[in-house]
Design a protein around this ligand. Structure first.
Ligand code: ASP
Length: 438
C-alpha cells in the first residue's frame, strides 16, 4: 500500500465547512496518511486571507500601532472554525501566545507562519493524528536557502515514526531556530517536501479547480482539463503564463519521481490532472496538451547581406545584449537576417542603447523594431514524430486571419511557438484550441 500526501490550499480550508470536506477526503482513503494544510484563505470574493491579515498585524506592530482590531478578525475566524467543527480543542491559549509574540516584535516570517500553524493544530485535532511542527523537520541554511538534504533526513525519520500526521505548510526554521517562511504560496513546497520525505506514491494537491486547464479560461470558453502532463510540458506551459504550481514545489517531487495530482476539494469525484515525469514516450497521439501565451515582447530584426558567411556575427549581437544586461527569449534566423525576441520588461529603458550597440558592433544594413508582439506556445508530447501537426496549427491561424511573424519549434518537438501581433493574441489562442481540441 502506497502513501499519499494531501496538501490543501487556503480556499479548501477557509471555513469549518470546507475543512470538513477536506477531512472527509482524507478519511475516505487510508493511504492518505500525511496532510499539509495552508492557512484559511478567502471564503468569498471580498474576504481576507488569514496570511494577509497576519502580515498586516506585523506591519502595525512594527509601527507601534495597535494590532487589536486586525487580530480580532484572525482569532474570530479560527474560533468560528473550531465551533463549526464542534471540537473540544481550546485554541484560545495558542491565539494569546501568537498575539503576545506579535506585539513583542516577532518577525514577519514567524507572524505569517502562524496562519498555517494554528490551522494545523485544528486539523490534527479533527483528524485525531500527530501534529508535526515544521521547525523540527524543515530547514534553511545560514544564508536562508532551503536545505533539501538535511530536511529530507529529518522529515523521513519523523514521518516513519508517525502513523498519520499533519505538517503545516509554508515554513521551517533557520540554524538558529528562527521561523522562516517560503515565498507566498509556499505550502505547495511543503507538500512536495513531505511527499518526498514519506516516499509517497502520489502528492495530491487539493485546490478549488479540477486540475490544470488546456487553455486560459478567460480566452477560451470552458477549456478542457489536462488529464496527464509531464514536468517538461508543464515547464513550457508555466513559462508561457499558464498558472500552475509554485515553481519550487515541483522540484522535491520531481527529484524523487513522485507524481503530483491536482484535485478539487469541492469535486473530489473528478480525477484532476496528473503531473508525471514521463508519460508513455512511445504514444504520439497527435494531440496537444495545452496552449498558452504571453504578451509584451519586442522583436529586433537585423538584416545584413552575407550575414551567413560572417564569422562571429552572432557573438557580436549577443555581446551587445550582454553588455546591456539584456536576456533574449528567441533568436530565429534566416540567411541574411536574424531576429531577437525580447521581453518588454527586460528591454525597458535599454532599447536605444541596444540599437546603438548593434549598429556600431555589427554594422547591419537594416535594423527594424517591432513592438507589441505576443508569443503563443502550443505544447504537447503527443506532437513529436507526428506529421501534420504544424500544418494544422498554421492552417488554423491562416483561417483565422492571423499573420505569423515568427516560428520556433523546440528541438524536442514538444512545442511550437509562434510570434504574432498582440492584437491577434486571443484569436490565435482560440483558433489553435479549436483546431486541436474542438
Ligand atoms: N498561506 C501562505 C500564503 O498565503 C502560503 C500558502 O497558502 O501556500 O501565501
Amino acid at each position: 500500500m502506497g502513501v499519499k500526501v494531501c496538501k490543501f490550499g487556503g480556499s479548501s480550508l477557509a471555513s469549518g465547512e470546507q475543512i470538513r470536506k477536506a477531512a472527509q477526503i482524507v478519511q475516505s482513503d487510508p493511504d492518505r496518511r500525511f496532510v499539509v494544510p495552508s492557512a484559511p484563505g478567502k471564503r468569498h470574493g471580498d474576504d481576507q486571507k488569514i496570511t494577509d491579515l497576519l502580515y498586516l498585524c506585523h506591519a502595525a506592530a512594527a509601527q507601534k500601532v495597535s494590532i487589536g482590531e486586525t487580530f480580532e478578525l484572525i482569532s474570530g475566524r479560527y474560533l468560528q472554525i473550531v465551533a463549526e467543527l464542534e471540537l473540544g480543542l481550546d485554541l484560545q491559549p495558542h491565539l494569546d501566545t501568537v498575539r503576545k509574540d506579535i506585539e513583542a516584535g516577532a518577525s514577519a516570517d514567524y507572524t505569517a507562519s502562524r496562519g498555517e500553524y494554528l490551522n494545523g493544530l485544528i486539523i490534527a485535532d479533527l483528524l485525531g493524528c500527530t501534529f508535526v511542527d515544521p521547525v523540527e523537520v524543515i530547514f534553511f541554511d545560514e544564508k536562508g536557502r532551503f536545505d533539501a538534504e538535511k530536511t529530507q533526513h529529518a522529515m523521513s525519520s519523523r514521518l516513519a515514526e508517525a502513523d498519520r500526521a499533519v505538517v503545516p505548510g509554508f515554513f521551517g526554521s533557520t540554524p538558529d531556530g528562527q521561523v522562516k517562511t517560503f515565498s507566498r504560496g509556499g505550502s505547495d513546497i511543503t507538500g512536495a517536501i513531505v511527499a518526498r520525505g514519506a516516499a509517497a506514491e502520489v502528492y495530491e494537491n487539493w485546490t478549488d479547480v479540477s486540475g490544470l486547464l488546456m487553455a486560459d479560461p478567460r480566452v477560451v470558453d470552458k477549456p478542457h482539463t489536462i488529464d496527464v502532463v509531464t514536468y517538461r510540458e508543464l515547464r513550457e506551459l508555466a513559462y508561457m503564463g499558464a498558472s500552475v504550481l509554485h515553481d519550487e514545489a515541483i522540484f522535491p517531487v520531481r527529484l524523487a519521481g513522485i507524481p503530483v495530482n491536482i484535485r478539487n476539494t469541492n469535486r473530489p469525484e473528478d480525477a484532476g490532472t496528473m503531473i508525471v515525469a514521463e508519460a508513455d514516450p512511445h504514444v504520439h497521439t497527435g494531440t496537444i496538451t495545452g496552449v498558452a501565451g504571453r504578451k509584451d515582447f519586442t522583436v529586433i530584426a537585423i538584416e545584413k547581406a552575407l550575414m551567413n558567411a560572417e564569422v562571429g556575427f552572432g557573438r557580436k549581437v549577443l555581446g551587445v545584449l550582454e553588455a546591456n544586461g539584456v536576456s533574449f527569449e528567441h533568436m530565429p534566423s534566416g540567411i541574411d537576417t536574424l531576429s531577437l525576441v525580447i521581453e518588454d520588461g527586460v528591454l525597458e529603458g535599454k532599447l536605444d542603447d541596444v540599437l546603438d550597440g548593434l549598429r556600431t558592433e555589427c554594422k547591419p544594413d537594416k535594423i527594424e523594431v517591432y513592438p507589441e508582439m505576443a508569443l503563443v506556445a502550443t505544447v504537447g508530447r503527443g506532437m513529436a514524430h507526428h506529421p501534420g501537426m504544424a500544418a494544422k496549427l498554421f492552417g488554423s491561424l491562416a483561417d483565422a486571419g492571423v499573420n505569423i511573424r515568427m516560428i520556433d519549434q523546440g528541438s524536442s518537438e514538444l512545442n511550437i511557438i509562434v510570434g504574432i501581433e498582440v492584437g491577434d493574441f486571443e484569436t490565435a489562442v482560440r483558433a489553435i484550441y479549436q483546431a486541436f481540441v474542438g
